[in-house]
Design a protein around this ligand. Structure first.
Ligand SMILES: [Zn+2]
Length: 91
């Protein structure tokens, strides 16, 4: 039996820390194939997790504000010329 939307949403949140495997992974993927709402939620949660990972990587506590780091990242992305060195130099 496939998970409900509520169960799928919970699994998607749990996947950030420990990815689903085996049958639960398969059931989640099947649910996502059929459910546009959970697919959208999955996209949002992946974006949020990616942003948090990025902020953890580029921000050294006490040396730069979050606002400045995000602004640097957005400028890199907007110019479409963001190198790894530029990302690191924003530390
Ligand atoms: Zn759903």
């Amino acid at each position: 039996m496939l998970p409900t939307c509520r169960e799928a949403a919970q699994q998607l949140s749990d996947n950030i820390d420990r990815p689903a495997t085996g049958l639960s992974w398969l059931k989640l993927k099947l649910h996502l194939l059929m459910c546009v709402y959970c697919r959208r939620y999955a996209t949002q949660i992946e974006l949020s997790a990616g942003t948090v990972r990025l902020l953890n990587r580029v921000i050294k506590p006490g040396t730069e504000s979050i606002k400045k780091a995000v602004s640097n990242y957005q400028r890199c992305k907007a110019s479409n010329n963001c190198t790894e060195r530029e990302q690191k130099s924003s530390k």
